[in-house]
Design a binder for this molecule. Structure first.
Ligand SMILES: Nc1ncnc2c1ncn2[C@@H]1O[C@H](COP(=O)(O)OP(=O)(O)OP(=O)(O)O)[C@@H](O)[C@H]1O
Length: 324
């Protein structure tokens, strides 16, 4: 069996008093995309920088394609990097930027340019090979940066918030492009993001990080549907995570709510949104915030809302939200 594209074992990294990464173990299979997902400052970038060799871990080992690279400098690790600011070389055209990686790894000019053209075709930019990088749109520059990483032929690609500088429409489009692209390149991909939608759209597995530690790993859809704790549920964007008894919380997923039947509950807040209304109703379990379509919102009479909960769909989770 092939070794995984990446195998991280018990990685830790401290900056002075800050324990940025604490005992992180994670693997990325060949041809697999894994998202490292967590709030700002939780240590995601530090993990990526340790994998790339830009940061030296205090403890732990990094294997790329089965090779122990922990003590190697970045250029000897053979990983493809795409960072937030794409850092394209302004003095080279698009082809030159993409051919740069193979060139410094010893490929002849002709060979490097051939690989660069293949990588540009993969991201759908073969027509822009002669463009100056200063003449690209944000989305095009992002794809050139990806092509540059792909052209290195690395078994592992590392992406740090690759879509963060783009507007929402473009991000939405590139998310689905990225998933298709990663399926074609045949490399393992580790993607760092704080955006839940990006992780769910692009990755097959996600690792959720909090304060330096991985708190849950699993299939993207499974982690969203069955968060391990109340903090993970809230972080993933679940609206109704209600405090319960004995250190537990109740996660009420949207599909557990049935409108128009059951008891009439008092509506305590109501706000118009671009898609309809956000309404809070006082349920015996706690305040439930619901996103209603314009039609559903119009059906509310007076200050009450009839709803019933499908109790079988409610999850009871340990409530770890107050912990620092
Ligand atoms: N070079 C450094 N020197 C000192 N502290 C650092 C350094 N790099 C990171 N840190 C600290 O380590 C912690 C983790 O930072 P890191 O950049 O890995 O987080 P992140 O999850 O990637 O955040 P973001 O999403 O905001 O980029 C933070 O508390 C940060 O302030």
């Amino acid at each position: 069996m092939n070794p995984p594209a990446l195998d991280l074992q018990h990685l830790s990294k401290r900056f002075g008093a800050t324990l940025a990464v604490e005992d992180v173990s994670l693997s990325v299979g060949v041809n697999e995309t894994v998202a490292l997902l967590g709030p700002s400052g939780c240590g995601k970038s530090t993990v990526l920088r340790c994998v790339a060799g830009l940061e030296r871990p205090d403890a732990g080992r990094v294997f790329v394609g089965g090779r122990d690279v922990t003590a190697l400098p970045p250029e000897a690790r053979h990983v493809g990097l795409v960072f937030q600011d794409y850092a394209l070389f302004p003095h080279l055209n698009v082809l030159g930027n993409v051919a740069y990686g193979p060139r410094i790894r010893g490929a002849s000019r002709a060979e490097a340019e051939k690989r660069a053209r293949e990588a540009l075709a993969l991201v759908g930019l073969e027509g822009l090979a002669g463009r100056r990088t200063t003449e690209l749109s944000g989305g095009q520059a992002q794809r050139v940066a990806l092509a540059r990483a792909v052209a290195t032929g690395s078994p592992l690609l590392l992406l740090d918030e690759p879509l963060s500088n783009l507007d929402e429409q473009l991000r939405a489009r590139l998310r689905s492009d990225l998933r298709a692209l990663f399926a074609r390149v045949g490399a393992g991909v580790l993607l760092v993001t704080h955006d839940q939608r990006e992780a769910l759209a692009v990755a097959s597995r996600v690792a959720v990080m909090r304060a330096g530690r991985i708190v849950q790993v699993g299939g993207a859809a499974a982690v969203f549907a069955r968060p391990a704790t109340a903090w993970v549920a809230s972080f993933l964007g679940h609206t109704n995570v209600l405090p319960g008894l004995n250190g537990c919380a109740h996660l009420v997923p949207e599909d557990a709510v049935r409108l128009g039947e059951g008891d009439s509950l008092p509506v305590t807040a109501r706000r118009t949104t671009d898609t309809g209304a956000e309404v809070t109703a006082q349920h015996p379990l706690g305040p439930l915030t619901l996103h209603l379509s314009a039609r559903e919102a119009a059906g509310i009479q007076g200050d009450t809302l009839r709803l019933t909960l499908d109790l079988a769909r409610i999850l009871t989770l340990p409530d770890d939200r107050e912990r620092a």
